[in-house]
Design a protein around this ligand. Structure first.
Ligand code: OAD
Length: 234
C-alpha cells in the first residue's frame, strides 16, 4: 500500500446512504423539505407533540430495516481493514449501514436509529420495533419516557472528545456525502486543516464548505468512494 498518510479521519453524512434508499435532509425531496425539523428533531418538538416525533422515527426505522449497504459503505469497510495506521470513521448518520458493511472503528455522533433511550433513567437499549407513548422502559418500568437515541438540534453530539482527539492527530481528513450545514461536523475540515492534514471532499456536488478542501471529487458515492479507496490502497 503506497499511502504516506498515518492517521485517517473520515466523516460521512446522509449522501453516502442515499443510494441505499434512505432520504437525505436538504436535497430536493429531502426530509427537511417535507417536515419542519423544529417539529421532529428538537427536544421542544418532542415535548409539544411526542406522537408525531415517534411516527417520524418509526417510519425511518422501518425504512432502514429494509435498506442495505451500498458499494460506498463496503469500500470504507475494506479501507478500514487495509489501513495500516490510525483510522476513525465518524458518521452523522443514524442508520447502521456502515456496521452492516463491516466497519468497526466507527462513532455515531448523531446517535443511532436502532436504539432508544429512557429519559427517566437513562437506559439505552436496542430497538427494531415501533415505539409510542405507552412504551415502557424495561429497566425502570416507567412508561412515557422512551425516545429515539438520536441527537436533536440543541443537544450535544456524542463522542466529541474522541473525535477532537482524532482530528488533532490526523494527517488525512475525508468528508463524504454531507452538505456541510450542521455544526460541529461542518467545522471538522477547518480543524483538520489547522493541523495541516490533507483534506478531501467526496460528494454529489460542492458542499457549503467546499472551499476548505484541498482535493474534491464530485459524483455518486457508490462510484466515487470505491474509486477513491482503490487509489488510496494502490
Ligand atoms: P444533507 O441532506 O444536508 O446533505 C447530504 C449531502 O449528500 C448533499 O450535499 C448531497 O449533495 C449529497 N448527496 C446526495 N446524494 C448523494 C449521492 N448519491 N452520493 C454522494 N453524495 C450525495 O445531510 P447531512 O449533511 O448528513 O442531523 O446532514 C447533516 C445533519 O443534518 C444530519 O445528521 C441530521 C440533519 O439534520 C440531525 O438530525 C441532528
Amino acid at each position: 500500500m503506497a499511502t504516506n498518510y498515518r492517521s485517517l479521519v473520515i466523516l460521512t453524512g446522509a449522501g453516502i446512504s442515499a443510494e441505499s434508499g434512505l432520504g437525505t435532509f436538504r436535497d430536493k425531496d429531502g426530509l427537511w423539505t417535507k417536515y419542519d425539523l423544529r417539529d421532529v428533531a428538537t427536544p421542544e418538538g418532542f415535548e409539544r407533540n411526542p406522537a408525531l416525533v415517534h411516527d417520524f422515527y418509526n417510519a425511518r426505522r422501518r425504512n432502514l430495516i429494509e435498506a442495505a449497504p451500498n458499494p460506498a459503505h463496503a469500500a470504507l469497510a475494506a479501507l478500514e481493514r487495509a489501513w495500516p495506521g490510525d483510522f476513525l470513521l465518524v458518521t452523522q448518520n443514524v442508520d447502521d449501514l456502515h456496521e452492516r458493511a463491516g466497519s468497526t472503528k466507527l462513532l455515531h455522533m448523531h446517535g443511532e436509529l436502532l436504539k432508544i433511550r429512557c429519559e427517566s433513567c437513562g437506559n439505552v437499549l436496542p430497538c427494531r420495533e415501533d415505539i409510542d407513548l405507552s412504551s415502557a422502559c424495561p429497566a425502570c418500568a416507567t412508561p412515557g419516557y422512551m425516545r429515539p437515541h438520536v441527537v436533536w438540534f440543541g443537544e450535544m453530539p456524542f463522542y466529541m472528545d474522541r473525535i477532537e482527539q482524532a482530528l488533532n492527530g490526523c494527517d488525512l481528513f475525508v468528508s463524504i456525502g454531507t452538505s456541510g450545514n450542521v455544526y460541529p461536523a461542518a467545522g471538522f475540515v477547518a480543524e483538520a486543516r489547522r493541523r495541516r492534514a490533507h483534506t478531501v471532499e467526496l460528494n454529489l456536488e460542492p458542499s457549503e464548505g467546499f472551499s476548505h478542501f484541498a482535493e474534491k471529487r464530485y459524483g455518486a458515492a457508490s462510484e466515487i468512494v470505491p474509486a477513491y479507496v482503490q487509489e488510496l490502497l494502490r
